[in-house]
Design a protein around this ligand. Structure first.
Ligand SMILES: Nc1nc2c(ncn2[C@@H]2O[C@H](COP(=O)(O)OP(=O)(O)OP(=O)(O)O)[C@@H](O)[C@H]2O)c(=O)[nH]1
Length: 391
């Protein structure tokens, strides 16, 4: 669960509040330890080819540097707001590799904007307290977080959470959000020796967890269908209970489909199939490889299995696939022919065949898969768009 990424913030905060005498992070030489932590995570991100974290590390390092070199954060009223805004923008934009010229420019732009932002007239206005005094007051005494920060952060957090929920769930988004929360908490907590440094440490741990999730995702999740792939299937089959069943399924006449509509459209079909299978309750779906998928059931009840296999078959067969032929030639007569009279879109249906078998006593995962494959072959021979269940 990507939400686990937020746990270091909470756990470290609780630990620091519950055991202030422990003063875990006040024993560390800061900011040096902070810079070392950020540099180590940068190195790890590079090794793991997840270089988009460089942008975040650069922002965090600049924030740390600016706060360490200013007597009080209140002297930099715009810094947290600007930092949070830049973080949100960074979370929303597609990020090139920082090793490319455009990426390098973006990498430098964040810290530069953060530093130059302190000279904006707005910063001076905030310092002169042109706003009603209460707006610039801190809700908690000793805290650097003013009501103004609080309101702005609430709006930014709301926008951020909406953005996260609109995107497909990904660990990195929660890692980025954890960095934002660490920034808010850094300001909100009254400056004290016991609590002073933990938000940065928590942000670093959140990035480490996000990196671990990203690696797990790369190792276990198929890029195209977003389903767990064969490595995850084999791990599941190795710990499969006695009462279980396995089903192999594949798209009917997929070669012909690819030949007719192109490999890209074929990929879209597999993607859609992954999304349909992933939503079916009562089974775990895997992409076995190519156009083959595997379903694993945690029971061996004949009636329930038949019901589920039919549900899956129907869900695919009845799904109207809208095909946009974007690659067709624009002016040639062959292009006109390809577009046809009904325009650029066409609706087609694909069907699948399913072969399922119940696990036998002492059967190995490979033997079980082989029998499911034989059942799939039987379904193909029976005319396709059907299932065969072997009890
Ligand atoms: N677009 C796309 N095609 C794939 C992918 N993996 C495998 N295929 C294609 O799937 C097709 C499988 O063809 P066959 O094994 O002959 O089976 P089929 O045409 O579906 O015929 P039946 O299974 O007997 O109904 C091949 O043309 C592969 O190129 C993929 O990731 N994307």
């Amino acid at each position: 669960m990507p939400l686990i990424i937020l746990s270091p913030l909470l756990l470290l905060l609780l630990a620091q509040i519950a055991f202030p005498d422990l003063a875990l992070f006040s024993l560390l030489p800061f900011p040096q330890t902070g810079y070392i932590a950020l540099a180590s995570i940068g190195l790890l991100s590079l090794l793991m080819r997840q270089t988009e974290w460089f942008y975040w590390l650069a922002l965090l390092a600049t924030y740390l540097w600016l706060t360490q070199n200013t007597a009080a954060t209140s002297e930099l009223p715009l810094l947290p707001l600007l930092c949070a805004l830049l973080m949100l923008l960074l979370a929303l934009i597609p990020k090139p590799s920082p090793l490319k010229p455009s990426g390098l420019a973006l990498l430098l732009a964040g810290p530069l904007l953060l530093m130059l932002g302190q000279y904006l007239p707005l910063a001076a206005a905030l310092q002169r307290a042109d706003l009603p005094a209460v707006v610039l007051q801190a809700p908690v005494s000793g805290s650097s977080l003013t009501w103004l920060h609080g309101w702005c952060f609430s709006i930014l957090a709301g926008l951020w959470l909406i953005a996260i929920n609109l995107k497909p769930r990904k660990a990195a988004y929660w890692g980025e959000f954890a960095i934002f929360l660490a920034l808010v908490l850094d300001l909100a907590l009254p400056a004290s020796t016991a609590l002073a440094n933990w938000p940065l440490v928590a942000a670093c741990l959140a990035i480490l967890l996000a990196l671990a999730f990203q690696m797990l995702h790369l190792a276990y999740i198929d890029e195209l269908t977003q389903l767990p792939q064969r490595r995850a299937l084999m791990a599941h089959l190795n710990r499969l209970g006695r009462n279980s069943a396995v089903c192999m399924l594949d798209v009917d006449h997929f070669k012909k489909f690819n030949d007719t509509y192109g490999h890209d459209v074929g990929d879209q079909v597999l993607k859609l199939l992954g999304s349909i299978l992933g939503k079916v309750k009562g089974l775990t779906a895997y992409r076995y490889g190519g156009e083959e998928f595997t379903l694993v059931f945690g029971h061996n009840k004949k009636a329930l299995l038949e019901e589920k296999l039919e549900e899956v078959r129907l869900a695919v067969a009845e799904y109207p696939l809208v095909i946009r032929n974007d690659n067709r030639p624009k002016d040639s007569s062959s292009g006109k022919k390809a577009r046809g009279s009904s325009g650029a879109e066409k609706t087609v249906n694909v069907t699948i065949s399913l072969g399922c078998c119940v696990k036998q006593k002492g059967e190995t995962p490979m033997q079980l898969l082989k029998r499911a494959d034989e059942a799939l072959y039987a379904a193909k021979k029976a005319g396709r768009n059907t299932f065969v269940l072997k009890i």
